[in-house]
Design a protein around this ligand. Structure first.
Ligand code: NDP
Length: 288
């Protein structure tokens, strides 16, 4: 292996410590602590684990965590009514509805009900529009974390050729918007892309968000490229990313491992977004 390992776990710990210090300063200035409400519908095991770790991290950063666990058969109107109560609750700065939601609920309608200024996941169309047009808003946590790792690794991203593989609203599209804002030349690839290896081979920056184990091959990677692997795939060999790590690490200059790369950044960025939301709501400046 020749690539440098990008230690997302260590970066996330530093970010969480900075958020903790920011919370203490906010508390002194505002006389209250930021609050994050997390809504979990149903019994999905992976979602329950995510919600538990988000709650723990929120409390560890000195913020208040409000957990709402609802039965899987709750109707959409009742879920939206809860979101509206949280919108109106002065102690709540951030609202997160854990996805996926059960099939009988229209997730888009629920996300639309969240006050965009409390939408710390950045999934509301208003925040997607703000990101696309360069206005301050909330950026989805996973791509925000990837962009932080890339800037830490490379410094100025301006003029770099970047490819984002995947075009989901949660990862691929906001990632491409962030890289465009950093003045990269961005290719967005997806399941209909022709000659994906050729596109990947031109890129200085490769972000893989596909959801297929070891999908991106080492020989596709341009020598010296930086590779960010967003994928989390459970296989017989344990958790693996979307990139064939062994092959890519032979040619890339730097690469995120799975686990320990992008994953820990997501929660750290959620805490950061919640702290930013609290500052904005109270009209206090915050240099994130
Ligand atoms: P989605 O399933 O929503 O999107 C996957 C994307 O990959 C789609 O745009 C799809 O294209 C594209 N794709 C599928 N097959 C191919 C192919 N053969 N060639 C090129 N592109 C292809 O996934 P998410 O964006 O939600 O997540 C992606 C991965 O990131 C998953 O492994 C997920 O577990 C992980 N993840 C990790 C997080 C973290 O905290 N680290 C957070 C969120 C996600 P098309 O649009 O044409 O269907």
């Amino acid at each position: 292996m020749t690539a440098e390992l990008i230690d997302g776990k260590a970066f996330a710990l530093r970010l969480r410590a900075r958020v903790g210090e920011g919370v203490a300063r906010f508390r002194a200035a505002a006389g209250r602590v930021p609050g994050l409400a997390v809504v979990l519908v149903g019994e999905d095991a992976a979602s329950a684990v995510y919600v538990r770790s988000k709650g723990k991290a929120t409390v560890a950063a000195g913020m208040e965590s409000f957990e709402h666990r609802l039965p899987a058969d709750i109707d959409e109107a009742s879920l939206i009514a809860l979101v509206e109560r949280l919108n109106a609750d002065a102690a709540v700065d951030g609202i997160l509805v854990q996805l996926p939601l059960p099939g009988h609920i229209d997730a888009a309608r629920v996300l639309l009900a969240i006050d965009p200024d409390k939408d710390v996941d950045g999934f509301h169309p208003v925040n997607a529009g703000r990101l696309a047009t360069g206005l301050p808003g909330f950026v989805p946590c996973t791509p925000l974390g990837c962009a932080m790792l890339l800037k830490d690794q490379l410094g100025d991203l301006s003029g770099k050729d970047a490819i984002v593989i995947g075009r989901s609203n949660i990862v691929g599209k906001p990632m491409a918007a962030l890289l465009t804002a950093e003045s990269c030349t961005v290719t967005i690839a997806h399941s209909r892309t022709h000659d994906l290896p050729g596109h990947v081979h031109r890129a200085d920056i490769v972000v893989a968000a596909v959801g297929r184990a070891n999908f991106v091959k080492g020989e596709w990677i341009k020598p010296g490229a930086v590779v960010i692997d967003v994928g989390i795939n459970r296989t017989e060999d344990g958790l693996v990313g979307d990139v064939d790590f062994g092959g890519a690490a032979m040619v890339a200059s730097a690469i995120t491992p799975v686990p320990g790369g992008v994953g820990p950044m997501t929660i750290a960025c959620l805490l950061r977004n919640t702290l930013v939301a609290a500052h904005r709501r109270d009209g206090i400046d915050y240099d994130a």
